[in-house]
Unconditional design. Structure first.
Length: 654
């Protein structure tokens, strides 16, 4: 089927690229590119979640095959929408996401280049996008290796932690559509998966387990094995708040798009890290005035194809070739009627290494172990001397449900106050840390988990983001937030000389705390008597109901909103908490008030120098040790308005 396009090619740009003999004829191969209607972003210029997550564009898009300077055809004629192409390693097939009709959900298809035949791969799932070929997969129970693909799947009925869109996760399946597995268990969204030369996957992960990056969190790059084992940070926390759309170059770089706030299409500046030392090699490639870049892709000569539009957000994306040494841009083609993105060369490329797997699907548990919690990224090791950490607290994250799905809070809950909420959490267990700083615990597999190091007061000293372990997988780390590029000394730690400690109680026995049920009675009994008189809190009766004319439901919400009051510090997404720092009891002035001292630590920055305001002697009835511990646990679990219901499932899998 012929397609009318406007093709603009920089004269001699390909021929003058200076390619090596090994890849010097790449410009003779066809190109693939996705054309997105230019009006897609006209009505909505900002992305979702306060400029953090790009919109779900692609309706009406089409994938072009540019065979020559004057010839273009559709990869998927007859489809209402087609996008997200990925070329097989032998360049004979293309994976893509498509919709045959406007009413269809996105599915993954594979097109054969020579014959033009198209077959459907994913079936019976929700929306599926961003397919990517994997290398070979091996297991000890199979006679032959097999080929898989990775794709992004929308979790029906489950919202991301921000609550503005369905959550997405990364899945895999065989190329015939069988053996579907969920690989990532982040509570927000994972997307943009690609395969690296060593066979591992690289993807963008929305991190929002705490408030370190404000209300919207951050998007970072993570690596994981092709069976979902061993998720780990890839390029650290340097650079801008959002990193996504990664690609691997022939020169050993990972190039990605980054920004502090993205527009509807997610475009931003380009930066890179080295594959060899991704945690310590970050550098920007473009500046804010050089344009908005989108969907880079590595070329055989070490350069990249990348889409670009003007820095002011006007105009459409055109495709450029960028020399990463000189940073010179050469326009390859442009269709002024459409955004042209996701350009790929239809040429053979190196196949990544194969990977093996030790997953045992029928085993419901996995393991977390740590060699030494005192191996950290602190500037000063004296900040957390040995003996400080007493236990490790294992928290389970409970997904946020869309309206109409099973609720995440207890029956009869009052409306949630206008206070930002972290994802609800339940305690799987609190287990001792060995004398040498090691621990070894057994937890439910395929569940989002957060680990907290706990001191003698029951306060969390450090907390990680959402991690997970797969069926029968032993997931290990050197320390807590240690430099991931270091290799530990080879020694047998105490916690690994005996069996793993269990932290997998049935759901109905997993503790969760909420303000309405667990904290409000303490406030009404021990605090409201004085603070109600002073006017800082509504007057409450001992049961937590408002007195003095307020409606019964208003008093508790007002108390909660007072305790979680916050101040913006310039950046509207930044938070500074007046009384309760959700997820971090040690920096919460309310905790300082009841304990009589500032409990923050040297790594907490300005909080460590703020004065505490102890309760005056005889002012009110003191809280018992158990009540103080409950208040501390409630804050460390995220200071939720409602406790997570015991029957909520943690996550879904296939």
């Amino acid at each position: 089927m012929a397609v009318s396009v406007v093709l603009i090619l920089a004269p001699g740009a390909w021929a003058e690229s200076g390619c090596s003999a090994e890849g010097g004829d790449w410009f003779r191969f066809p190109l693939l590119a996705t054309n997105v209607p230019s009006g897609m972003g006209a009505a909505q210029r900002d992305a979702g979640a306060a400029g953090t997550l790009r919109l779900r564009y692609g309706e009406g898009a089409r994938i072009l095959v540019l065979d020559s300077l004057s010839s273009a055809r559709l990869l998927a004629p007859g489809f209402h929408s087609a996008a997200d192409p990925d070329v097989s390693f032998d360049a004979k097939r293309v994976l893509f996401a498509g919709k045959r009709t406007a009413a269809d959900r996105w599915k993954i298809y594979e097109a054969a280049i020579e014959s033009g035949t198209i077959r459907q791969i994913t079936k019976g799932l929700g929306d599926c996008r961003s397919p990517s070929y994997q290398g070979s997969m091996y297991t000890i129970t199979e006679n032959e290796p097999w080929r898989q693909m990775t794709f992004v799947h929308t979790e029906d009925g489950t919202l991301n932690e921000y609550g503005d869109a369905p959550a997405t996760a990364i899945y895999s399946c065989k190329l015939d559509g069988t053996f579907v597995q969920r690989l990532t268990y982040n509570l927000s969204s994972d997307y943009d998966p690609i395969v690296m030369p060593d066979g591992r996957l690289l993807f963008a992960a929305w991190q929002r387990a705490n408030w370190d990056y404000g209300l919207a969190g951050r998007i970072t790059l993570m690596g994981v094995n092709t069976d979902g084992i061993d998720p780990a940070a890839f390029c650290g926390q340097v650079g801008r708040r959002i990193k996504h759309m990664p690609c691997v170059t022939r020169g050993g770089l990972v190039v990605f798009v980054e920004a502090d706030k993205v527009p509807w299409d997610g475009a931003g500046m380009l930066s890179c890290v080295s594959l060899r030392r991704p945690l310590h090699s970050y550098r920007p490639l473009t500046g804010a005035s050089e344009g908005l870049f989108h969907s880079p892709w590595g070329m055989p000569d070490g350069s990249i194809l990348v889409s670009r539009r003007p820095a002011d957000g006007s105009g459409v994306h055109a495709v450029y070739r960028m020399d990463l040494t000189t940073r010179r841009l050469e326009k390859v083609f442009e269709d002024p009627r459409c955004h042209t993105i996701q350009a790929r060369l239809l040429a053979p490329r190196d196949e990544p290494d194969g990977r093996s797997s030790v997953l045992t699907p029928e085993e419901p548990l996995g393991k977390f172990y740590c060699l030494d919690v005192y191996r950290t990224d602190f500037n000063d090791r004296a900040w957390m001397p040995r003996g400080t950490v007493k236990r490790v607290r294992i928290l389970e994250g409970v997904p946020r449900r869309a309206e109409g799905e099973k609720g995440r809070v207890e029956a009869g809950a009052a409306p949630v106050p206008d206070v930002p909420q972290l994802a609800p959490r339940r305690i799987l267990g609190e287990l001792p840390v060995a004398g040498d700083g090691s621990f070894n615990v057994e937890v439910p597999a395929n569940v989002p988990v957060q680990l907290q190091l706990v001191d003698d007061k029951g306060m969390a000293l450090r907390s990680c983001g959402w991690i997970w372990t797969r069926n029968h997988e032993p997931q290990g780390c050197i320390g807590c937030h240690e430099d991931g590029e270091l290799t530990p000394t080879n020694w047998l730690v105490d916690a690994l000389t005996s069996n793993s400690l269990p932290a997998s109680p049935p759901p109905e026995r997993r503790e969760s705390l909420g303000f309405r049920r667990d904290v409000l009675p303490l406030v009404a009994k021990k605090c409201a008597g004085c603070h109600g008189k002073e006017g800082s809190l509504p007057r409450l009766d001992p049961g937590g109901a408002a007195t003095g004319g307020e409606e019964a439901g208003d008093g508790p919400r007002q108390v909660y909103e007072t305790l979680l009051a916050r101040d913006a510090q310039g950046d509207p997404h930044a938070l500074r908490w007046k009384y309760v720092d959700p997820g971090r009891s040690r920096t919460s002035p309310l905790v300082w008030h009841i304990l009589g001292t500032n409990t923050s630590r040297p790594w907490d920055g300005p909080a460590s120098s703020r004065p505490a305001k102890p309760i005056p002697a005889g002012k009110s009835e003191p809280l018992s040790a158990a009540e103080k511990a409950a208040l501390i646990r409630w804050i460390d679990l995220g200071a939720a308005w409602e406790a997570a219901a015991a029957g909520d499932r943690a996550t879904s899998s296939h």
